[in-house]
Write a protein that binds this ligand. Structure first.
Ligand code: SF4
Length: 391
């Protein structure tokens, strides 16, 4: 699969133990007091967030057959999320708290709370950030206008945009410069879509779904190309393209996949297990596009029911009635500790037989944002490759 990330964001194939990737987030036990250095030199302690515990344990159901869990793999953290979270942690380490982050660094509430407990302040817009402060742009990317706003406020900006989103930005700039009109397939209001559209605002039209493909009006019918958000359903996107092409036969394809490797791999894994599942549980936040898509894909591929939860404590006893096989997966911004908690809670209900079904290996790592590749003294930081097992 050609992801086409290029430029200074180097890709490296490194053998990662994927389950180690969340180690830093795991390091803080619930309700631990975490020392946080403040930029004026003092140290404060903040309470780390709790993973909510359920009031009543899940109970074994009356099902007599073999209760089992099919655990999808790959699941959880992708290379872009891992890099973005490490970037914020490194910024805290280097500059001290507070570090500001525009929007949620990644779409997962636990990750956000965890970073807040370490001294990160999340804001919606750069206008909320005091002049001269440190700000991190989220993995979803920003438009050039936001970069300019940060410069106007003399902010020290660290760009944690996923390199695979940056790749789409570059495509938008390139094709717009070549007088193409871009049909961007994506969801209105999503931060990634706002960032990508902001790179070619005059020459881009947004297509939300296949139905919109049937009615969208465009200023030209020949020089047309489609691009997409990175976290969409592969099947639905192809249907949108099919319907666009039925109306605009000259529509050109992007030079490489825009739906990223992590989104595709998690969908392939859930497609594989869903036909065998009475229930599929997707761990992920409601604003996580790829997590929401996993629920849709699970239902489409044969799961009898599917629900998304932020935390295991949201699993309802009634979901388990009559269920023999449960599929479990997680979105690309979900630390594995939340999956571990899900498996532990389901074990209370008798689901102790867990089989991992792996459909792909992932070994991609991105180097950290260039602003963090050198240490405070200007020396090259040897840990600047974005995976947690780098030493
Ligand atoms: Fe990058 Fe894909 Fe992860 Fe988004 S889901 S951060 S595009 S690797």
């Amino acid at each position: 699969m050609d992801q086409g990330a290029s430029g200074e964001e180097s890709l490296a194939a490194v053998d990662i133990a994927p389950r180690l990737r969340h180690s830093a987030l795991l390091a803080v036990a619930p309700s631990t007091l975490v020392p946080v250095s403040i930029s004026n030199g003092s140290v404060a302690t903040l309470e780390a967030p709790l993973i909510p515990e359920r009031r009543d344990k899940l109970q074994p159901t009356s099902v007599t057959g073999n209760k089992r869990i099919l655990l999808a793999a790959p699941r959880g953290y992708c290379a872009g999320v891992d890099r973005a979270v490490i970037a914020v942690e490194k910024a805290l380490e280097r500059y001290g708290a507070p570090v500001y982050v525009r929007k949620q660094i990644v779409h997962n509430i636990h990750v956000v709370r965890e970073l807040e407990s370490q001294g990160v302040i999340f804001v919606d817009e750069v206008a909320e950030v005091p002049e001269g402060s440190n700000i991190v742009f989220s993995a979803h990317g920003v438009s050039p206008m936001v970069v300019q706003q940060a410069e106007d406020r003399s902010l020290n900006a660290i760009d944690a945009t996923c390199p695979l989103v940056t790749k789409v930005h570059r495509e938008a700039v390139r094709f717009s410069g070549q007088d193409y009109h871009i049909l961007l397939i994506g969801h209105e209001g999503h931060e990634e879509v706002e960032g990508t559209m902001g790179h070619a605002p005059e020459n881009t039209s947004l297509v939300n779904d296949p139905d919109e493909a049937d009615r969208i009006e465009v200023p030209v019918t020949e020089n047309l190309i489609w691009l997409s958000q990175t976290t969409l359903s592969v099947d639905e996107t192809m249907e949108t393209v099919r319907r666009l092409r039925a109306r605009f036969p000259h529509l050109q394809d992007p030079p490489s996949d825009d739906i990223c490797y992590a989104t595709q791999n998690r969908q392939v894994a859930i497609k594989k297990i869903s036909p065998e599942c009475d229930l599929v549980i997707v761990v992920g936040s409601p604003n996580s596009s790829n997590s929401v898509r996993l629920v849709e894909v699970a239902l489409e591929y044969g799961a009898k029911a599917s629900y998304r939860v932020d935390y295991a404590s949201e699993i309802k006893q009634e979901w388990l009635e009559g269920v023999e096989t449960i599929g479990v997966t997680s979105g690309a911004s979900v630390p594995e500790i939340l999956v571990d908690q899900t498996l532990a809670d389901l074990a209370d209900a008798g689901f102790t037989d867990v089989e991992e079904i792996r459909t792909a290996e992932e070994d991609l790592q991105f180097s950290l944002p260039k602003e963090l590749r050198k240490d405070a003294a200007g020396n090259v930081d040897r840990t600047s490759l974005g995976g947690r097992n780098r030493s």
